[in-house]
Design a protein around this ligand. Structure first.
Ligand SMILES: NC(=O)c1ccc[n+]([C@@H]2O[C@H](COP(=O)([O-])OP(=O)(O)OC[C@H]3O[C@@H](n4cnc5c(N)ncnc54)[C@H](O)[C@@H]3O)[C@@H](O)[C@H]2O)c1
Length: 463
């Protein structure tokens, strides 16, 4: 099939490369000239494991190309994906301006040569499918000259479907090839058939796995879930809200564990083995962040507000998370008493390991709070230092290129992002160069024994 993907960010680029790998001709449209320039040279402008090689390979196969010409790409395409950003506005509502611009531009570029399917992959509020359809129609009308009766061209025919994306940064390629489910919301049976056909190699797992994304053992077929448009849109928001709520739940219990002398890691294991609860997303720590959870939970609350519908669980999910980010500050104060004049080293900046994404990253909140309290902040992230410096020029952090240089003259080291390389650090070596041997394990992933054996004080979360 001929596919056009508009927006070559985390979602759009991974989608483009995967569909190209499956033998579709994919044109990815990117508005940022800097991003487009890199992509045309085969350079992925952000960090996602395996994506650099994968994109290069699919470009070389001839199935993936990049352009800034939305019009040209739309005209060729059978299926057009919208994968632009929908960040939060200050009031919590999603900023849909990128979707709006793209939907109108698609309408302006459509011709009557074939029926197109416009797929909304961006995470958008309930009702956006119909809104996008209206915007595309407006684009069509604005672009169509009033024709002479005799020469009336075929008017463009299209349908809008919702296909929410569930990939996780850090494992985006694997998640795309081996998803838990594919959801398509549509009101048009023919569009559902086309989408099912497009995803058939993934649904039936008939493709040859790429070397860097092997098929998990015993992985078989993928459920293809067909819903109405509004339900598909709500599935995406609800899934993220539920995951965020699970983490906040674990964090609330972690606080209680500290009061009563229990260990949240043991509690999480004990409850997670119940199949109705499940083990995932029960890790206590500095809380959730990233480009999706915060904005999607706020957007869901905003939708509910429009209908005067109370969302107490969602509100609690957010407030527990806000409190949780500052739990490490409280622990630092308990150990060091006054933070003014102290130096604190942050291990990790990205919102989770295996990505350089800093959107809503707990490390940024913690760093700002420490600076506000008069502490000096050092940080070492294996991939996100440079991006942090660019995105937060006012954040007065000393960036370090190893755990050892980070630890030098620190009064405490705080593990914020659980990168694998932080799990087995040479604590004895770090202890020697620190001013005060304190380690706060903000993700409960370190060996307490190793840290204590190095003569250091260890503080975890909820135990
Ligand atoms: N990042 C994730 O893990 C993730 C997971 C699931 C869903 N989502 C959702 O997917 C959507 C995209 O997220 P993302 O993280 O890929 O965002 P992103 O900001 O990384 O990428 C969006 C891209 O769209 C480009 N763009 C904006 N306007 C454009 C236009 N008019 N024409 C062409 N390109 C344009 C931007 O330059 C950018 O490269 C969001 O709605 C997000 O909520 C993201």
């Amino acid at each position: 099939m001929d596919i056009c993907v508009i927006g070559a960010g985390y979602v759009g680029l991974v989608t483009s490369a995967c569909l190209a790998y499956l033998g579709n001709h994919v044109t990815a449209v990117e508005a940022s000239s800097e991003r487009l320039g890199s992509l045309k040279k085969g350079i992925v402008p952000f960090f996602e494991p395996g994506l650099q090689e994968f994109v290069k390979e699919t470009i070389e196969s001839g199935f993936l190309t990049f352009t800034d010409s939305l019009e040209g790409a739309v005209k060729k395409a059978d299926v057009i994906f919208i994968a632009v950003g929908t960040p939060s506005l200050p009031n919590g509502e999603p900023d849909l301006s990128q979707v709006m611009v793209v939907a109108r531009a698609i309408g302006g570029a459509l011709d009557g040569s074939k029926r197109r399917i416009i797929v909304n992959k961006s995470t958008v509020p309930v009702g956006s499918g119909n809104w996008v359809e209206m915007l595309v129609s407006q684009g069509v009308q604005n672009a169509q000259p009033v024709p002479a009766r005799s020469a009336r061209p075929e008017s463009p025919s299209f349908t809008v479907v919702s296909n929410p994306e569930f990939l996780r940064e850090g494992s985006a390629i694997t998640d795309s090839f081996y998803p838990d489910r594919i959801v398509v919301g549509a009101s048009d049976d023919n569009a559902v058939d086309v989408m099912k056909n497009l995803y058939k190699p993934i649904i039936n797992q008939t493709f040859e796995p790429p070397s860097f994304a092997p098929r998990p053992a015993a992985f078989q077929t993928v459920p293809f879930v067909v819903t109405d448009l509004a339900s598909a849109e709500l599935i995406k928001y609800s899934a993220n809200a539920f995951l965020a709520m699970k983490i906040s739940f674990a964090n609330e219990i972690a606080g209680l564990c500290e009061k009563v002398g229990a260990d949240v890691r043991q509690v999480a294991q004990g409850i997670g083995l119940d199949y109705r609860i499940g083990k995932a997303f029960l890790n206590a720590g500095v809380g959730w962040g990233g480009s999706c959870f915060g904005k999607d939970v706020s957007a869901l609350m905003q939708v509910a507000k429009e209908y005067s519908y109370p969302t107490s669980l969602l509100e609690a999910t957010v407030s527990v998370n806000e409190r949780q980010r500052l739990v490490v500050i409280k622990k630092l104060q308990e150990e060091l008493k006054i933070l003014k004049g102290r130096t604190v080293g942050l291990l990790g900046l990205s919102f989770k390991p295996d990505t350089d994404d800093l959107r809503d990253a707990p490390a940024i909140t913690i760093a700002y709070q420490l600076l506000k309290m008069g502490a000096s902040v050092k940080a070492f992230d294996p991939v996100a230092n440079e991006r942090c410096e660019q995105l937060h020029p006012n954040l007065e952090i000393t960036y370090c290129d190893s755990a050892l240089t980070l630890a030098q003259d620190c009064d405490a080291v705080v593990l914020v992002t659980e990168w694998a390389l932080f799990r087995n650090l040479d604590w004895k070596g770090l202890s020697k160069v620190m001013r005060w041997p304190l380690v706060i394990d903000g993700r409960n992933v370190l060996s307490e024994q190793d840290v204590v054996d190095a003569g250091m004080t260890y503080r975890g979360i909820g135990h």
